[in-house]
Design a protein. Structure first.
Length: 436
C-alpha cells in the first residue's frame, strides 16, 4: 500500500575444515595488513580473529571479474571486502560499523550501509597510497578505493534490512530507501523525522514498532522500487513468529498485488536479466519467480540459511549463514537441514559464500568464515575496484587523518596546547589568539 510522499544493474538491486582450501586470516583492525591465501596472519582489533577458507580457483575467478565483493555480517556489525591479487591470492578485511550491519547499496562514489538504528553513507575518497609503518591501516598497500564515513541518518530503532540508494517510487526520487522491518514498511531517510514511510503491505493496518510480518527485502526494476518480501501476512505484534512455516509472500509494491505466496522466510529479492530472483531461506532454495504459475522455480539448494544475493555475469554469489538455535522457526529449519543437499565444498554448518552457475545450477566456488562471524546479511559487487578499504568507526586513523580537497590522506597535527599566562610572551605572534 502506497504511503503518500511529499518529497521529491548493480546485480539485480536496481539502483568445519574443508579440504582443498588454504586458510587465511582476515584483518579486522587498523594496525595491520590484510590477509591473503599465503596464510599471513594479521592482528585482530575490533573482534576475534576470522579464518577465511576460499576454494581453489575462487581468487582467480574474482580477479577475472575485475572487481571486489563487499559483505555485511549482520549481528557482528562488520563490513568486509574480498578481492584478489594478480596471483589469485584472496585478500579479506573487516571493519566494524555498529551493533549490526545489514543492507549494502553501491553508488557511483560510495556505499550506503544499514544498521539496526542508522543509515551510514561512506564516500570513496580513493585512490590513495598509504605509507607503511605501524600506523598504516593497510600495510602500505595502494588502495584504489578508501571508504570513509561521511553521513549518518539516525532513523531510530527500525531494524534496517535491505537498502537501495537513489530509488524512485511514484515519480519521486529518494536519496536512500530502506526496509523498516520494525515498523513493517519501506521508508526513506528524513532529516527531520528520521524516517518517512512510503509503502506498506496491504494487510498492515498500523505502523507500529512491532515487526508484524517481518518485511525484510526489496528490489528495484530500472531504478524504481518494485518488489518486497515478507515472512508472513500477519498484522499482530511479532505475528510472523507464530505464523505457518510457509506463509512467506512477495508483493509488487507498485500494485500491492501478492505475486507469489507459500514461501518459507523469503529474503533478498533481486531483479536480474528480466527475472525476479530470491532466496527461500527456510527451505534453502535459490531460484526465480514464474509469475504466470505464481511459484518459485528452484535453480540450486543452499546449505544453512541463505541470505544475501549478488549477480555477476553468469553467476550468483549467495551468502550462507549458520543456523540459529534460539527460536521456533529455526527448529523447523533444522528438520529441513537433516535432509542431505548437494554440498561439494562443505558449507553446511559454516558461514560463508557460495557461487552458483546460473546455467547449470552447480556450485562452482565457495568461501567459509570460521570465527566470530556466524551470519551474513548482504553481498554486493564493487566493479573495477581491486584493493578497497574502509575506515571503521572504532579506528584511531579516523581521528588522526583528514581528507583534503586534493584527495590525499594527510596526517593531522593537533594544535599546540595553550601556554600558561607566564609564558604568553614567548608564543609566536601568529599563534596568539585575540579574545573579543
Amino acid at each position: 500500500m502506497t504511503i503518500r510522499s511529499q518529497e521529491v544493474d548493480v546485480g539485480g538491486r536496481g539502483g568445519g575444515a574443508v579440504t582443498g582450501r588454504e586458510p587465511t586470516r582476515a584483518d579486522s583492525g587498523d594496525r595491520s595488513g590484510l590477509a591473503g591465501s599465503d596464510g599471513r596472519a594479521t592482528e585482530a582489533h575490533d573482534g576475534d580473529e576470522v579464518t577465511v577458507l576460499p576454494t581453489p580457483g575462487f581468487g582467480a575467478w574474482l580477479r577475472e571479474l575485475g572487481g571486489s565483493l563487499a559483505i555485511s555480517t549482520y549481528r557482528s556489525g562488520r563490513i568486509g571486502f574480498m578481492s584478489a591479487g594478480a596471483d589469485g591470492r584472496v585478500v579479506t578485511g573487516f571493519r566494524s560499523f555498529g551493533a549490526t550491519a545489514a543492507g549494502i547499496s553501491v553508488t557511483r562514489d560510495g556505499l550506503w550501509i544499514g544498521t539496526a538504528d542508522d543509515l551510514l553513507r561512506l564516500s570513496n575518497i580513493g585512490p590513495v597510497k598509504l605509507a607503511g609503518g605501524p600506523e598504516a591501516p593497510v600495510g602500505g598497500l595502494d588502495q584504489d578505493a578508501v571508504f570513509v564515513p561521511r553521513k549518518t541518518y539516525a532513523v531510530g530503532a527500525c531494524n534496517v534490512h535491505d537498502v537501495i540508494a537513489m530509488a524512485r517510487f511514484e515519480d519521486f526520487l529518494h536519496e536512500v530507501a530502506f526496509v523498516n522491518t520494525q515498523f513493517s514498511c519501506v521508508a526513506v531517510a528524513d532529516s527531520y523525522w528520521g524516517f518517512r514511510p512510503i509503502w506498506k503491505p496491504p494487510f498492515i493496518t498500523a505502523l507500529s514498532p512491532e515487526d508484524r510480518c517481518h518485511l525484510n527485502g526489496m528490489c528495484a526494476v530500472d531504478g524504481e522500487l518494485a518488489y518486497a518480501t515478507v515472512c508472513s501476512a500477519t498484522d499482530t505484534p511479532a505475528g510472523w513468529r507464530r505464523a505457518e512455516f510457509a506463509d512467506g509472500r512477495i508483493y509488487d509494491m507498485r500494485t500491492d498485488d501478492c505475486v507469489v505466496d507459500g514461501l518459507a522466510m523469503p529474503h533478498s529479492p533481486r531483479w536480474y536479466r528480466g527475472k525476479l530472483w530470491l532466496l527461500d531461506s527456510a527451505t534453502g532454495a535459490f531460484g526465480w519467480v514464474d509469475f504466470a504459475g505464481r511459484r518459485l522455480v528452484p535453480v540450486a539448494t543452499c546449505p544453512g540459511f541463505p541470505r544475501g544475493l549478488q549477480f555477476v555475469g553468469d553467476h550468483a554469489v549467495i551468502g550462507v549463514s549458520r543456523l540459529r538455535s534460539s527460536d521456533r522457526p529455526n527448529r523447523q529449519i533444522r528438520r529441513r537441514a537433516e535432509t542431505p543437499v548437494d554440498d561439494p565444498f562443505g558449507l553446511a554448518g559454516h558461514c560463508g559464500l557460495m557461487v552458483v552457475d546460473l546455467t547449470s545450477g552447480a556450485v562452482v566456488h565457495a568461501v567459509t568464515f570460521d570465527g566470530d562471524i556466524p551470519e551474513l546479511y548482504d553481498v554486493a559487487f564493487l566493479p573495477r575496484l581491486s584493493t578497497p578499504y574502509a575506515v571503521g568507526f572504532g579506528e584511531t586513523v579516523l581521528r588522526r587523518r583528514l581528507v583534503h580537497f586534493d584527495q590525499s590522506l594527510c596526517r593531522y597535527a593537533p594544535p599546540r596546547p595553550m601556554p600558561r599566562q607566564a609564558d604568553a610572551d614567548s608564543v609566536p605572534l601568529h599563534n596568539r589568539r585575540e579574545v573579543p
